[in-house]
Design a binder for this molecule. Structure first.
Ligand SMILES: [Zn+2]
Length: 176
């Protein structure tokens, strides 16, 4: 489980941070991450404990939507770079699937639910890619800003899970 949470943190950092820093700068990237953490904490506390896989699913789906949009937009703006982004996006889906389904199961989803949630994410990614490649024309910077905010939520999720696992291992508190 710690590995899955760590993989999420690593994937998000590897996925989003370099592009975000290039698009909006380091300070702005950090600010956007913190905004994402705040949004996610708000979302999570505003939904009941029994529905705790819902905010995670929303974060996953939003992340997939923006990933598709970014891949399509960067391919439109620069075909060579865009192809690299598309390959990078495809390559991270397998570790992402394994890590996210493990995370969803940790938060109470069944294997079947976790698979359906991730399959939905892949559908959203494909639709968003098609939408932004062929229909919608937007700049890379606003998409990158949104993607960084969402990534802040994903990072929070990974770090929070690692923290809970660490606490549980040391037996100080029960599983929250
Ligand atoms: Zn991803």
């Amino acid at each position: 489980m710690a590995i899955a949470a760590g993989v999420i943190v690593a994937l998000v950092l590897y996925d989003i941070v370099p592009d975000s820093v290039r698009a909006v700068g380091l300070i702005m990237t950090i600010g956007l991450f913190l905004a994402g953490v705040a949004v996610w904490v708000g979302l999570k506390t505003s939904l009941s404990q029994s529905a705790s896989i819902l905010p995670i699913s929303l974060a996953i789906w939003l992340h997939s939507f923006l990933e598709g949009a970014l891949a399509a937009t960067s391919q439109r703006l620069d075909p060579h770079l865009g192809t690299l982004v598309v390959i990078g996006t495809m390559a991270h889906l397998i570790p992402e699937f394994l890590a996210l389904t493990a995370l969803l199961r940790y938060y109470g989803a069944s294997q079947k639910q976790a698979t359906v949630i991730y399959a939905t994410a892949l559908g959203i990614l494909s639709i968003s890619f098609g939408l932004f490649k062929f229909i919608m024309r937007v700049g890379e910077t606003p998409l990158q800003i949104l993607a960084t905010v969402v990534a802040g939520g994903m990072i929070y999720l990974g770090v929070n899970t690692l923290y809970r696992l660490f606490k549980n291992r040391h037996g100080a508190y029960g599983q929250a």
